[in-house]
Design a protein around this ligand. Structure first.
Ligand SMILES: [Zn+2]
Length: 128
């Protein structure tokens, strides 16, 4: 443990994430392009999606641009801008290729109602 205090590590992590966020967005764009083909995304497209959201689209869990995942709401619509949002990793992995309605039903069985969530408008953005 090279850090004397945990706060030193946290400060290092924050700085690392701030300085490397675009390469993370570039990776996300690359994976989305490989999986969905066109239209092609670049890192700035992904950054714009993440800039609009600080919470998971499905369950409202807080996510930041480092921990969140790029979500394609309808797998058939691919990379079109209106189809992109941010989800927490459990929602993105759990939903997989299923339609949004199926995933929301599953969340509802766990007591999460999408209707109660704030709209997909920008939420107070958490600073990295
Ligand atoms: Zn979620």
């Amino acid at each position: 443990m090279p850090y004397k205090h945990l706060r030193d590590k946290r400060a290092y992590d924050r700085r690392y994430r701030r300085e490397n966020i675009m390469s993370r967005h570039r990776d996300r764009a690359h994976l989305a392009n490989r999986r969905y083909g066109s239209p092609k995304l670049i890192a700035a497209d992904v950054a714009a999606v993440f800039a609009n959201r600080a919470n998971c689209y499905y369950c409202d869990a807080p996510v930041d641009s480092w921990s969140g995942t790029l979500e394609h709401i309808d797998a058939a619509l691919g990379n079109s801008p209106s189809n992109l949002t941010v989800a927490c990793p459990p929602c993105n992995n759990g939903k997989n290729n299923r339609p949004k309605s199926i995933w929301l039903k599953r969340l509802a069985t766990r007591g999460i109602r999408h209707e109660d969530l704030p709209d997909s408008m920008p939420v107070q953005r958490r600073m990295l």
